[in-house]
Design a protein around this ligand. Sequence first.
Ligand code: NAI
Ligand code: 15L
Length: 269
Amino acid sequence: MPAPRTVLLTGAAGGVGTLMRELLPAYGYDLRLLDLHPVEGAPDAITADLADPRAVREAVRGVDAIIHLAGISLEAPFEKILKANIEGTYHLYEAAREEGVPRIVFASSNHAVGFTPRPGAGDPLIPVGTPHRPDTFYGLSKAFGEDLAQLYWDKHGLETVSVRIGSCFAEPTSVRMLSVWLSPADGARLLHAALTAENVGHTVCYGSSANTRLWWDLSTARALGYEPRDDSEPYAGKLIAEQGELDPDNAAHACLGGHFVSDPPIWPY
Ligand code: NAI
Ligand code: 15L
């Protein structure tokens, strides 16, 4: 596969989309932006709803690859998740198949496996092959997205890298995030690797920096050529002093998904 150049970035107005549209052009990508909402500072961005298959098909036409970030990124009633994340992702895959787009990088989430107990000190890291254990309807939609990606690879030869992102924000803001943080710069490194690695078929990987307190196995990400450079550890002293260590008897501290297992943040719209 020739290295992709023109890349559709869905969810471009969101938090990760905003970070990535700043960082990815340095890797030589020409980004086509899409979101439900206008993208600040980008008058050419496509304003479209993933619920509209015709608009989605038009948006993917002619691109070399897609980074699929759009959707509901927190917990919501099932009907909303169904429309935005499940049907929306299906529309995107159908459009890519019809238009011959060879690769999608899918923003999956740690919440697809959120009920998995987090490893304690000395325990093995959680592998990508651990069974889906979604912690919310949101996490369930990411498990669906990974299975959809597998179907489109097996049936149609459309490649996907499903990245189970941990927490991609400028800085870690909780003790849990010390384990799951993906720095924006490492996020761009990982997306670049996922776009350019050869013969990925459907690869699932976790998306984190090289955190000292890492919970999961980054080997499938590294096999794509991803070399993380950041580590959350410099933030540890301050966060632990403010919040204390994780308490294994607290359900919200005991699983990969953190507070999503007991008290998930709700999508506001
Ligand atoms: P966000 O909520 O800031 O951005 C999502 C964007 O998708 C928004 O701009 C929204 O307008 C757009 N969108 C929602 N429904 C849409 C629809 N029907 N059609 C078109 N656009 C629609 O989320 P964030 O944090 O930027 O996350 C990006 C992606 O990465 C999401 O899929 C999220 O589930 C995933 N993810 C993010 C993590 C993080 O740490 N930020 C962690 C794990 C996964
Ligand atoms: C996610 O999947 C969410 O989209 C993001 O807002 C964070 O909450 C992240 O997971 C996390 O687990 O910290």
